[in-house]
Ligand binder design. Structure first.
Ligand SMILES: C[C@@](CO)(OP(=O)(O)O)[C@H](O)COP(=O)(O)OP(=O)(O)OC[C@H]1O[C@@H](n2ccc(N)nc2=O)[C@H](O)[C@@H]1O
Ligand SMILES: Nc1ncnc2c1ncn2[C@@H]1O[C@H](COP(=O)(O)OP(=O)(O)O)[C@@H](O)[C@H]1O
Length: 325
C-alpha cells in the first residue's frame, strides 16, 4: 500500500498526480418502501438507473484535507466534515491507515437535495479518486462496503447502470436492461429533506395502521417484478407503465406544487412521470428526441419547473476520467 498517488505516463502510473473521477446521478424507476428498521432506516426494494447528469471530483495532493464546491447549488453544500466527499476521504484514510491528505474539488451538475443522490455521487467519486491518489489498492467491493457506511445510495453511485437495491438500498446487483432510456428532469427551486419525506410516509402509514391494522408492508423483489420484466424487454411504454414510487405521495404532500409539474409533463406527451426518490426532482420518461423536446419546452414555458434537463440512462458508475476535462 503506497502513500503516493498514481500518474499515467506512457501507460505506467506514477505517484502523486491529481485524479479526476466522474460519478452519475440516479433516478429510482421503482421504489417500494417497507417497514422501519431498528437502525432508523426503512427496508426497501428499488430499481436505480444512473443518468447522464454528473458530479466531478478532482483529488489532488495536499498537506491537509481541503474541499471546494462549485456548480449547481454549490452555496447549499458544506465544505467541512459534513460534506459527504470529505467524510468519504476520512473514512478511506482511516481504514487504509494513511493520512487523509487530499484536496477535493467538487463540480456539481446534480441538484442539491433533489432526490438524485448528488451527495452520494460525490462520496463515491471521492472514494475512487482517493483510492487512486493514495494508492490504497481497494477493490470495488471494498469501496462499496465503505460507501454503505456513508449513505444508502453510495454503493449504487459506484456501480452505475441499472440495478436492484435491497436492504436500505445499499445492497446492489446489476439488472438486465435492454436499450437506452431518455428522460426529462424537472428541477425545483428548493430541495426536500430525505428524512422528512420518509417521516411523512411513516406518519401516513401510522394513520392507516391505526384504523386498518396494517402499516408498512413487507417488500421483496416481487414488488418490482413488472418493472424488471419491462426493462428486460426494453419497451419504453412497458417501462413507463411500471414506474412506481412509494415516496411520491409523501413528497407531494410536502411539496404540493409538484402535482402541477407532473400534470404539465404528462399533458405534453411524456410516457410517464414520477418523483425521483424523495424528490422534489420529477423525472419524465420520453420516447425519442421530439417528445423529449416537447416535454422540456412545456415544463420550462409553464413555469412548473425551475429548470429542465434532458438526460439518458443507463450510464456507468464512478470512474476515473482521463484525460481531465
Ligand atoms: C430516498 C432515496 C431513494 O434512493 O434517495 P434520495 O431521494 O434521498 O436521493 C434513498 O433511500 C435515500 O438514500 P440516502 O440519501 O443515501 O440515505 P442515507 O444518507 O443513508 O439516510 C438518510 C436518511 O434517509 C432515511 N432513509 C434512508 C434510506 C432508507 N432505506 N431508509 C430511510 O429511512 C433515514 O431517515 C436516514 O437517516
Ligand atoms: N457533497 C455534497 N453534495 C450535496 N449535498 C451534500 C454533500 N455533502 C453533504 N450534503 C448534504 O446532503 C443533503 C442532501 O444531499 P443530496 O445528495 O444532494 O440530495 P438527495 O439526498 O435528495 O439525493 C444536502 O442538503 C447537503 O446539505
Amino acid at each position: 500500500m503506497g502513500s503516493g498517488g498514481l500518474h499515467v505516463v506512457g501507460g505506467l502510473r506514477v505517484p502523486g498526480a491529481p485524479v479526476l473521477v466522474r460519478a452519475p446521478a440516479k433516478v429510482n424507476l421503482a421504489l417500494r418502501v417497507g417497514g422501519l428498521r431498528p437502525d432508523g432506516s426503512h427496508e426497501l426494494v428499488t430499481v436505480f438507473e444512473a443518468v447522464s447528469l454528473h458530479e466531478d471530483v478532482r483529488a489532488s495532493p495536499s498537506d491537509g484535507l481541503e474541499c471546494t464546491v462549485t456548480g449547481e447549488g454549490a452555496d447549499d453544500v458544506p465544505v467541512d466534515g459534513r460534506n459527504l466527499a470529505v467524510r468519504a476521504a476520512l473514512l478511506l484514510a482511516e481504514r487504509a491507515g494513511v493520512p487523509a491528505h487530499v484536496r477535493l474539488d467538487i463540480t456539481k451538475e446534480v441538484p442539491v437535495a433533489g432526490g438524485m443522490a448528488g451527495g452520494s455521487a460525490d462520496a463515491a467519486a471521492a472514494l475512487v479518486a482517493c483510492d487512486a491518489l493514495w494508492g490504497t489498492g481497494m477493490s470495488r467491493d471494498d469501496l462499496a462496503l465503505l460507501g454503505a457506511e456513508l449513505g444508502a445510495d453510495v454503493p449504487f453511485a459506484l456501480l452505475g447502470g441499472t440495478a436492484v437495491g435491497t436492504g436500505r438500498g445499499e445492497q446492489v446487483l446489476p439488472a438486465l436492461a435492454r436499450g437506452e432510456r431518455s428522460w426529462v428532469l424537472a428541477l425545483s427551486a428548493t430541495g426536500l429533506s430525505t428524512p422528512a419525506v420518509y417521516g411523512e410516509l411513516d406518519r401516513r402509514r401510522g394513520e392507516v395502521g391505526a384504523t386498518e391494522g396494517a402499516a408498512a408492508p413487507d417488500v421483496d423483489e416481487e414488488h418490482v417484478h413488472d418493472l424488471l420484466a419491462a426493462l428486460r424487454g426494453g419497451d419504453a411504454a412497458a417501462v413507463a407503465a411500471a414506474l412506481v414510487n412509494d415516496l411520491q405521495e409523501p413528497a407531494l404532500a410536502l411539496a404540493p406544487h409538484l402535482r402541477r409539474t407532473l400534470d404539465v409533463g404528462l399533458e405534453a406527451g411524456a410516457l410517464a412521470g414520477v418523483v425521483s426518490g424523495s424528490g422534489p426532482t420529477t423525472a419524465f420518461l420520453v420516447d425519442g428526441r421530439e417528445q423529449g423536446l416537447a416535454v422540456a419546452v412545456a415544463l420550462a414555458a409553464s413555469g412548473a419547473a425551475a429548470d429542465v434537463r434532458r438526460v439518458s440512462g443507463p450510464v456507468p458508475g464512478a470512474r476515473v476520467v482521463e484525460p481531465a476535462r
